[in-house]
Every structure is written in C-alpha cells, then in structure tokens.
Ligand binder design. Structure first.
Ligand SMILES: Nc1nc2c(ncn2[C@@H]2O[C@H](COP(=O)(O)OP(=O)(O)OP(=O)(O)O)[C@@H](O)[C@H]2O)c(=O)[nH]1
Ligand SMILES: [Zn+2]
Length: 301
C-alpha cells in the first residue's frame, strides 16, 4: 500500500500525488458509512496498479480543515485585504486572523488597492499595517500592490507549505493569484467567465506546485463558524493578548470585566490597538449570543 496526497478531487475521482506521480483513484473503504469525505489536501493510503486506476483506502489524520476553499492540512493563508473598494475593515481582518489562529494556520496579510489611496490616506493606514506586522504576521503593503518585487517576496514564503488565498469578494484574490502565476490567469478567467454565464460549473480546488510548495488555485472567503470553538479559547487567538495576559491578575482572565487585567491596561496605554480589543469584545458577545442555541438543543434531548 502506498501513501500520497489528494491534490484534486473531481467527478468522483481523487487525484493522488505520490512519488512524483499522479494516480487517478476512486474511494473505497466505507467512507460514506463512516461519514468521511476524502478532500483535497488529505494524506491517504491507496492502492493502484497503474496511474489511471486505484483506490483510496484510508485517510490519515487531518491537521485542520477549511470550508471555503475546501482544503485540509493547510499550513498558511494569504489574507487578501483591500485598502479601499471595498474599504479596509479591521473587524473583517481580525475575524480572518482569529479563524486562522484557531485552526493553526499561519496568516500572511496582503494589502491590495494601495494605488487607489492618496498619499495621505496611505500614510494614515501605515501604522495599522505596522501593528499587524508587529504581531509577527508577514505583511505586504505598498503603493504598487502588484509590483514584481513585492509579489516575489510573497512567493518566497511558499516553499514546503500548503498555501491558500482568502479574502472579501472584490479584494483582489484572483488578481493577486494571476500576478503570482500568469498561467493561472487563463484558468481563473475561464472559471469566472463560465460562472457569470450562469453555467453549473463546479468550482473544484486543485493544489498546484508553485515556488517549492503547494498553492490552492481557488481562493475563498472562509468565515469562522463561531460554534467551532469555546468562548474561553478566544483570548488565545489574539497573540498580543496572550503575551500581555501573563500580567493579568487572574490566570483565566477573559480580559472583559475582570479587575487587574493587563490587556485592558495595554489598550488604555495604546500598546494594544483599540480596534483589536473592540473587535475581540464583539466576537466575544457574538459567541455568547450563540449559547442559547446550544442550551436549546441540549434541552430537547
Ligand atoms: N486599482 C486596483 N485594482 C485592483 C487591485 N486589486 C484588484 N483590483 C481590481 O478589483 C476588482 C476585483 O478583483 P478580483 O481579483 O476579481 O477580486 P477577488 O477577490 O478575486 O473577488 P471575488 O472573485 O469576488 O472573490 C478587479 O476589477 C480588479 O482589477 C489593486 O490592487 N488595485
Ligand atoms: Zn486580562
């Protein structure tokens, strides 16, 4: 039995890459009964006598799973974030970052449409950009968003990683992907063209070998289903809160109403960006608002 990784799933076939070859396989092993679906990114055990035939027999444990794009075992995500059209939203960006932190996916933040900003507006945004960079996230921001040096800088992060692209509709995900690989351009254009004609095209994801790593060719939005994690997990998803929390009076401080909260002190002192804390509190109340649903379900049992 061989091991490999599913790089494409289409029309009931799983395209498994193993030992520098791709095998067209089908699923076998009661996946449906076991409520399992092999997905792109899955490491699998399979058997095959030739490249056109074979069977996926077992899925190896997943590190994580994204829904949009539907890819598993993701290492990092490029969060494409537009400065204008649509306007920069710290809330949306923090939501993406929180999602990724929760799934153990490294975020990279790529700002688009810097060219549409006045010099003054760009300067106003710069400290916010720098703040995220200070959190340890690779950040790309410039007056020429697709300058080849900057795009190339991004691709140096791809080696040995499975990278996905995500961001708001219209943020520039496809445009960025096209700059990364002009061959992709044809593909992406073809897909969106057929979609706009209203055809029932299944958008399938494929992992492409690019710059020494794998890149998912279909970008997505990916919003976090808040019920996927516990309320008390939330403070862990903000790296600067984790760092500050060692000085909170209570070990399990949720940085809300507790006295002696070092996070709140750092917000007041301007060390933690106010928008980060406001967004944190908002996610917290959204998460709390979800609770009655849970209780209701439990109550019915
Ligand atoms: N001026 C300027 N226009 C941009 C930039 N990035 C994207 N655009 C334009 O913004 C529009 C949307 O870009 P797309 O790449 O289609 O955005 P997307 O994120 O793939 O959008 P969806 O497919 O809806 O998810 C297109 O008209 C792009 O040409 C940028 O950095 N500067
Ligand atoms: Zn605290």
């Amino acid at each position: 039995m061989a091991q490999g990784q599913i790089r494409k799933a289409l029309s009931g076939f799983y395209y498994v890459y193993s030992d520098q070859q791709t095998f067209q396989t089908r699923g076998r092993g009661n996946f449906r009964k076991r409520n399992l679906t092999p997905l792109v990114g899955d490491y699998v055990e399979f058997e095959s006598t030739n490249q056109a035939e074979g069977y996926v027999l077992e899925l190896l444990p997943r590190k994580n799973a994204l829904v949009r794009p539907q890819v598993v075992n993701v290492d990092q995500a490029v969060v494409v974030t537009s400065c204008v059209k649509p306007n920069f939203s710290s809330n949306l960006l923090d939501r993406f970052l929180m999602t990724l932190e929760q799934k153990n996916i490294r975020p990279l933040i790529y700002f688009t449409k810097g060219d549409l900003l006045t010099a003054a507006a760009r300067e106003a945004l710069a400290p916010i950009v720098a703040y995220y960079e200070g959190l340890g996230y690779p950040v790309f921001f410039g007056a020429d968003p697709f300058a080849s040096a900057q795009v190339q800088q991004l691709t140096t992060h791809f080696a040995d990683q499975l990278t996905v692209f995500m961001g708001q509709s219209g943020a520039g995900k496809s445009t960025l992907l096209n700059h990364i690989d002009p061959e992709l351009q044809l593909k992406t254009a073809a897909v969106s063209e057929s979609l706009s004609r209203g055809k029932h095209t299944t958008r399938h994801v494929e992992l492409l070998p690019l710059f020494g790593g794998l890149v998912a060719d279909t970008p997505g939005f990916s919003s976090l289903n808040l019920s996927e994690f516990e309320l008390t997990e939330l403070p862990q998803l903000f790296p600067e809160f984790v760092a500050a929390a060692v000085d909170c009076r209570f070990r399990a401080c949720q940085h809300d109403q507790e006295p002696g909260c070092a996070v709140k002190q750092q917000v007041e002192a301007g060390q933690i960006m106010a928008s980060r804390y406001e967004n944190y509190l908002q996610f917290r109340s959204e998460k709390k608002a979800e609770k009655p649903k849970y209780n209701g379900k439990r109550g019915k049992k």
